[in-house]
Design a protein around this ligand. Structure first.
Ligand code: ADP
Ligand code: MG
Length: 238
């Protein structure tokens, strides 16, 4: 089980308070979207779950275990970055298994996991290519492949589609959702795009200025927004 519990989490950079006490419970297998305007603290919160930022106060637990003091490599998570974060001088296959090599996984395990991930993501014909030889959508799938091969308990996505054109973005939303339906991995997905949030989430966390404004299913937020901010944000065109 990999539920994620964020309890009373605050973050300050020196005198600047950017998160003011965040409480979010994420069930095992749930697809939760953190949404809110630029600068509201979404990435900071996600990076704290990943262990890339220290926690000023409060607790984050994964699978019932507090992870506040665990380095990223000891948390059972994988973060999906934007496609430009691929290694340009490594092939698709090398990009996908790089983390497994660092973990010193046996060669047959690496081969099996690469094959399975490549099949899941329709990347089998592209394994020997370099990132520059791929389309934007294929690169995005490689970025996801790097996360999938690790079979993590939790996937973290930070605006993974923001570099893609509108048409591809819509297609990749669908692919990410299908992937989630297949793997059922607990997922925290950050976006500033409310349409993306409404179409992808089991549960949406609406943030503004370092606070959570409302948590609910897309339908709940649409039908019963807590306040004008949520109503305006959810109701406005992207
Ligand atoms: P979002 O992802 O929602 O756009 P961020 O989490 O990136 O927002 O940023 C939240 C706030 O924290 C912003 O005001 C940002 O300027 C500030 N911030 C983020 N990282 C740092 C940092 N390393 N040092 C100081 N301030 C930061
Ligand atoms: Mg951000």
């Amino acid at each position: 089980m990999a539920e994620v519990k964020i309890s009373g989490v605050r973050k300050a950079y020196g005198a600047l308070n950017v998160l003011h006490g965040i409480d979010v419970d994420i069930a095992d297998g749930e697809f939760v979207v953190l949404v809110g305007p630029s600068g509201c603290g979404k990435s900071t919160l996600l990076r704290m779950v990943a262990g890339l930022e220290g926690i000023t106060s409060g607790t984050i637990s994964i699978g019932g275990k507090a992870v506040n003091n665990l380095p990223p490599k000891d948390r059972d998570i994988a973060m999906v970055f934007q496609s430009y974060a691929l290694y340009p001088h490594k092939t698709v296959a090398e990009n996908m298994v790089f983390a497994l090599r660092l973990q010193k996984q046996p060669a047959d395990v690496i081969r099996q996991r690469l094959q399975a991930a490549a099949e899941t993501l329709d990347l089998v014909p592209y394994l020997d290519r370099y990132p520059r030889q791929l389309s934007g959508g294929q690169r995005q799938r490689v970025a996801m492949g790097r996360a999938i091969v690790r079979s993590p308990q939790v996937f973290l996505f930070d605006e993974p589609l923001s570099n893609l054109d509108a048409k591809l973005r819509v297609q990749m939303r669908k692919e990410i959702k299908e992937l989630h339906q297949r793997l059922k991995t607990t997922t925290i997905y950050v976006t500033h795009d409310q349409v993306e949030a409404m179409t992808m989430a089991d549960k949406i966390v609406v943030m503004q200025g370092g606070n959570v404004e409302q948590i609910g299913s897309p339908l709940e937020l649409y039908d019963r927004p807590n306040n004008t901010f949520v109503a305006t944000f959810i109701g406005s065109p992207s």
